[in-house]
Design a protein around this ligand. Structure first.
Ligand code: NDP
Length: 493
């Protein structure tokens, strides 16, 4: 498989010489209804106005199910159910019993992991390898982890008296649908709060399957309510007078709207917003590993990742080598059917998101960036974007400043660590970053000067239930995960 090119360098040619037989994951074992209602007070109930919207498969544009559109009246109903459940049941039972329910949810998710993984890939477009090996195991891990905290809160905050807030309103995005639901629901329940959660419009199905598990776990009615709908549904939840806490993950734009709405109220809130992560490769890094790290940092989940390493900074002395290897590696990535186990990059989550990505790619070209895209085949139907990189870009380019949320990488070079730090920090965001080097001291010196909530060294996009996650600047406020993730749901007396 090695081909001699004119440059006399040996290069891998996967495009023409490697063929993979299809390896599709079966869909026989999943159960999807044609229509889903709202999950309020332990039951599936019809929406007050009787309106439904379609959830489609972005890889085929086929309809998967119709889903209830919750309006203000439904939000009121869900919040009332959550309040009643809080007052009458959830705040009264022992912390140990709360923990038992959460453990039960975790175990049921593990039992049905395969079904969840397939539905996540169908509804959201992500490769089955990722939903199977990353999303769903992390979902179970979050429930297990926070189940363990339920009866140990006083050890988490010694000398303090932690009290739940009451009803938590939670709004989640479409990039990690079930995982974001777990990040929100697990700590809220463990700390003694009840929940009203709104999944994103394009990916509601795994949250609705979670509602089935919640029923099966016999969680008292009203402790978790799941209301599907659009931005207006989220807005009604944020504005509801009887909600004590808002937890939001999504765009910085909507995060700012929520922050304005909540200013002057006594609601507690946490915001996990956008990012423009810097991935810094020093000349002493293990280059082949770093190239794999770059691929993972930007192409994982089609780049629909708030902490994606979407800005690459390479030390000038190794830039040529790194970029050549990166382009070769991009040529090997398989874009296509999310349910095929060979697939590296699945479908873009929606037509709207594909349009946004294409508009930003266009702006990169118009502003003078040098584009490189892999030459892979794309399926005839569905929403797809080839793995893309841009060279010859500067700090002022839109594609260097704005969150693209797609498989698009910008590359810039640097000479000194200080230059890399200055460039890495030159963005309104502060969520994540990565450093690749052989020297531990360089990791600490550089990492400590980059204003980002999460810094990875010699790896990227590693998540763990025990580890806090969150941003600075326009990437939001508050932390999710780990012991820190308990705090946004508690009042410490
Ligand atoms: P949004 O921020 O609009 O969506 C996130 C969630 O908020 C969804 O559930 C959405 O509902 C809901 N929502 C929308 N408007 C409001 C509102 N006024 N009040 C309360 N809730 C609201 O993200 P988009 O889906 O529109 O994506 C736009 C861009 O945001 C992406 O291109 C990407 O750059 C960024 N993004 C960042 C994410 C992150 O994790 N940092 C996650 C998702 C997006 P609905 O889905 O029904 O519109």
């Amino acid at each position: 498989m090695i081909e001699e090119k004119k440059t006399s360098k040996t290069r891998l040619d996967f495009q023409t010489k490697w063929e993979y037989s299809p390896a599709p994951e079966s869909t026989d074992h999943i159960q999807l209804k044609d229509q889903y209602n709202l999950f309020i007070n332990g039951k599936f109930v019809e929406p007050e106005e009787g309106r439904y919207f379609d959830s489609i498969n972005p890889a085929s544009e086929d309809k998967l199910a119709s889903v209830a559109m919750a309006t203000e009246a439904d939000v009121n109903k869900a919040v009332k159910a959550a309040r009643d459940a809080y007052n009458k049941i959830w705040s009264k039972i022992t912390a140990k019993d709360r923990g038992k329910y959460i453990f039960r949810i975790a175990r049921l998710i593990q039992e049905r992991a395969r079904e969840f993984a397939v539905i996540e890939s169908l509804d959201g477009g992500k490769p089955i390898r990722e939903s199977r090996d990353v999303d769903i195991p992390l979902v179970a891990a979050h429930f297990f982890y926070y189940a363990g905290w339920a009866d140990k809160l006083k050890y988490a905050f010694p000398g303090r008296d932690p009290k739940p807030l009451g009803v938590a309103g939670q709004i989640i995005p479409w990039n990690f649908p079930l995982l974001m639901a777990a990040w929100k629901i697990a700590p809220a329940l463990a700390t003694g709060n009840t929940v009203v959660i709104k999944p994103a419009e394009t990916t509601p199905l795994t949250a609705l399957k979670l509602a089935e598990i919640i029923q099966e776990a016999d969680l008292p009615p009203g402790v978790v309510n799941i209301i599907t709908g659009a931005g207006k549904t989220g807005e009604a939840l944020v504005k509801h007078a009887d909600v004590n806490k808002i937890a939001f993950t999504g765009s910085t734009e909507v995060g700012k709207i929520i922050q304005k709405t909540l200013a002057g109220t006594d609601k507690k809130y946490s915001l996990e917003l956008g990012g423009k992560g810097a991935n810094i490769i020093f000349e002493d890094a293990a280059i082949d590993q770093a190239v794999e790290g770059i691929i993972n940092a930007i192409f994982f989940n089609q780049g629909h990742v708030c902490c994606a390493g979407s800005r690459l900074f390479v030390q000038e002395s190794v830039a040529e080598e790194v970029i050549a290897k990166l382009k070769d590696r991009m040529g090997t990535l398989i874009v296509g059917d999310p349910l095929d186990k060979n697939t590296d990059i699945g479908a873009i989550n929606s037509k709207a998101q594909l349009d946004k990505i294409n508009e930003l790619i266009e702006s990169g070209i118009n502003e003078g960036g040098e584009i490189f895209q892999s030459g892979c085949d794309l399926p005839a139907h569905g929403y797809w974007c080839r793995p893309t990189l841009f060279q010859e870009v500067s700090q002022s380019h839109r594609i260097v400043q704005e969150e693209i949320f797609g498989p698009v990488l910008t590359i810039q070079t640097f000479r000194t660590p200080d230059e890399a730090i200055t460039k890495a920090n030159n963005t309104p965001y502060g969520l994540s970053g990565g450093i690749w080097t052989d020297k531990g001291s360089k990791i600490f010196n550089t990492g400590s000067k980059i204003r980002a909530g999460v810094m990875w060294s010699n790896t990227f996009n590693k998540f763990d239930a025990t580890s806090p996650f969150g941003g600075y600047k326009e990437s939001g406020m508050g932390r999710e995960g780990g012991l820190h993730g308990l705090l946004p749901y508690l009042e410490l007396k």
